[in-house]
Structures are given as C-alpha cells and as structure tokens.
Design a protein around this ligand. Structure first.
Ligand SMILES: CC(C)(COP(=O)(O)OP(=O)(O)OC[C@H]1O[C@@H](n2cnc3c(N)ncnc32)[C@H](O)[C@@H]1OP(=O)(O)O)[C@@H](O)C(=O)NCCC(=O)NCCS
Length: 181
C-alpha cells in the first residue's frame, strides 16, 4: 500500500492545463490506458477532455483540481476534480485518474480520500457526490467499497460530450457518500 509521505499534492494552476489534458486522456482511453485495470475503451472512443473543459475546471471559482506527484522524482501520479455545491453542502468529485502504469497500488484510494478531506476541510461539506457510468460495473463496485451509495438517479450518458459513444444504452448514475460523523 502506498504511503502518504511519498507524495506531494497541490491545487492545479493554469500552467498545468496542457499536461493534465494529456494525462487524463491517456488514462481514460487509448493504448496507454490499457496498462491500467479499468478504462473506457470498450464503450467510448475519443478524448475524455480538452483544453477548454480543463480551463474551466481549473479557473472556476467554485472548483479545483488536485494534482498529486511522487515526491522523489516529481512524476505526476494522479488527479481529482472537485466542485463546491454550497447550496446543498456537497462537493461533486470527478475525473479521478491515476497514471495507468501506477494503478493497483493504492493511489486511487489515496487520491479519493485526499479529495474528500479537501472538500471537508476547505468547504465544510457534508456530502461527496460522484457520477459513474452504470455499465462500468467494476467502478461502481470500487466506489461502493469506499462508502458511495447509488441514490436512484440515472440519466442517459450525454452523447458526444466526452468522446464518441460505442453503444447507445450508456447511463450514468449518481452516487453519494456522507462525510458527517
Ligand atoms: C479508477 C482508478 C482511479 C483507480 O486507481 P488505482 O490507483 O488503480 O486504485 P487503487 O490501487 O487505490 O485501488 C484499486 C482497486 O481496484 C480493484 N481492482 C484492481 N483490479 C481490478 C479488476 N481487474 N477488476 C475489478 N477491480 C479491480 C482493487 O481490488 C482495488 O479495490 P479494493 O482495494 O477495494 O480491493 C484508475 O483505475 C484510473 O485512473 N482509471 C482510468 C480513469 C477512470 O476511469 N477513472 C474513474 C472515473 S469515475
């Protein structure tokens, strides 16, 4: 299991934009993504994100991206996006990504928990909300094991927003976790 002392993390700035676009796209789909244990290759073609979308996530006043680096060589290990929904004391968490060749070592769980702690510490939220493609059952199960519960909200996956869909029955479900103690 990875040790928090071996990593360093910070909030992404506009200068991280280009490297993050490449990093996220390489982990969600394409050949490099196959080095990891889960990716969207079987259901979506094309890019997960682009410069415009990343710019918005980095520059909006209600959202941040945490970027996590290996302390010893400063290699980017992973990232996670957080958006504050202050009216419902909730943070939306998305784009949880770990470099494919470093997956299955515990970084995903570590970064998820860093994101939860950031949202609780900075925004004092009571809940974390995520959306997951229902057909990626291995991911739904991964989040279940981290305390996320499906809340019964299902929507069709937005066509062409995140690449080209390879099937037309894709759905996203909302999952929630309470941070209240
Ligand atoms: C999802 C992701 C962030 C996980 O990162 P990671 O560093 O591999 O995660 P960890 O090493 O902390 O945990 C791996 C978990 O997956 C499980 N796992 C590993 N291989 C698996 C497989 N083939 N099938 C199902 N589960 C598997 C492990 O058992 C472990 O869960 P557990 O500790 O509850 O048993 C990473 O795979 C990723 O970046 N994927 C591409 C981008 C993406 O799809 N992100 C999710 C958006 S919702």
């Amino acid at each position: 299991m990875v040790d928090l002392n071996t990593v360093t993390y910070r909030v992404a700035t506009p200068s991280d934009c280009d490297s993050l676009v490449m990093f996220v796209n390489n982990a969600y789909g394409g050949e490099i993504a196959r080095q990891g244990w889960t990716n969207a290759n079987e259901i979506i073609d094309g890019q997960r994100t682009d410069r415009n979308a990343m710019d918005v996530m980095i520059n909006n006043s209600d959202s941040i991206i945490l970027v996590v680096f290996n302390k010893s060589d400063n290699i980017l290990i992973g990232c996670v996006y957080l958006q504050h929904k202050s009216d419902i004391k909730t943070a939306y968490l998305g784009m949880l990504t770990v470099r494919p060749d470093l997956q299955r070592s515990g970084y995903g769980k570590m970064i998820l928990s860093l994101g939860e702690n950031y949202a609780k510490g900075q925004w004092n939220v009571d809940y974390i909300e995520i959306t997951v493609i229902v057909q990626r059952t291995e991911l739904v199960e991964f989040y279940n094991r981290r305390g996320y519960i499906e809340i019964g909200e299902y929507q069709p996956f937005p066509p062409d927003e995140f690449g080209r869909l390879k099937r037309n029955d894709l759905q996203i479900c909302t999952m929630k976790k309470s941070l209240k103690t």
